[in-house]
Design a protein around this ligand. Structure first.
Ligand code: SAH
Length: 269
């Protein structure tokens, strides 16, 4: 049986400056770039499979838009360009796989928008503990969903522990990851409100579901020098991104832009 060609990286990306703005550890949200003059190419699903050649230009365009929208970290852009988002969405949604939009993944949950995934991971990279290779150490990803963000994180961290409370989605993520044969991304079925103590302390913690307050366990499991990035209730029916930096002196919390994530719920279902 012929093996389809492996999708490669976009040959060269015009990603501009690669380091965060001097003097600020947390970059403010930059205004989005105006939309492109030409719409992204339509992606045709063939028997639920997308030809790799169709996905490559669409993904390169997505990365270009992320860069234009303010994502500066070259490693983050490279990781976003390396992961096939179309493998994580239902075949009926293939045409939208590389649009900057959240998409349903079943059970009322969504795969986050690429710009939000990139933004949150960039924030994590700016503050989390990095090794000599520039990669983050161990990262806890709360809310695996379809597994997309966990795989992007796997490119940027030594180990990723990704926890999901819904059994069906955990299984779906397992199925999505199986053909990718990624050794450093570990999927766990469990209640992420308790974190995942076995992997602690974490260089970074990132959550894709937002509650009224931050579970204490998350801070406890964050390494000194580590960073947490999570949505949090900021008012009735409102959420904002929160960044928490932990040091031996204590924790520093910063509230950033408004976001819209699914609710953080307790228990396994
Ligand atoms: N990162 C995912 C986004 C999934 S949406 C992706 O790339 O697709 C957020 C997920 O958080 C949902 O699947 C939801 O079931 C899960 N979730 C909500 N509360 C949780 C909890 N306490 N523990 C683990 N997962 C939780």
């Amino acid at each position: 049986m012929a093996t389809p060609p492996r999708p490669g990286f976009p040959a060269r990306l015009n990603i501009g400056q690669t380091s965060p703005a001097a003097g600020s550890r947390i970059s403010p949200r930059r205004p989005s770039a105006p939309s492109l003059a030409t719409p992204p190419p339509m992606l045709e699903g063939v028997g639920g499979q997308m030809a790799a050649r169709d996905a490559i230009p669409a993904r390169a365009k997505m990365v270009q838009q992320l860069a234009e929208g303010g994502v500066r970290d070259a490693q983050v852009l490279r990781a976003m360009g390396a992961v096939d988002r179309h493998r994580f969405v239902d075949s009926a949604l293939l045409a939208q796989a590389y649009e900057d939009t959240a998409l349903p993944i079943g059970l009322g949950q969504t795969i986050s928008k690429p710009s939000v995934v990139a933004r949150m991971i960039e924030l994590l990279m700016q503050g989390g503990l990095r090794g000599a290779d520039g990669k983050l150490g161990r990262v806890l990803d709360i809310g695996t969903g379809c597994g997309y963000q966990a795989v992007v994180l796997g490119q940027l961290a030594s180990e990723v522990y990704s926890i999901e409370r819904l059994r069906d989605l955990h299984e779906k993520a397992r199925a999505n990851l199986r053909p990718l044969r990624i050794a450093n991304v570990h999927l766990i079925l469990g209640d992420g409100m308790a974190g995942f103590p076995k992997g602690a302390p974490y260089a970074g913690i990132i959550a894709a579901a937002g509650g009224e307050s931050l579970p204490e366990a998350w801070i406890d499991q964050l390494a000194y020098g580590g960073r947490l990035v999570a949505p949090i209730a900021s008012g009735p029916g409102q959420q904002a991104l929160m960044v928490v930096d932990r040091s031996r002196q204590g924790v520093q919390q910063t509230i950033l832009e408004a976001v819209n994530f699914v609710p953080l719920k307790s228990g396994v279902a």
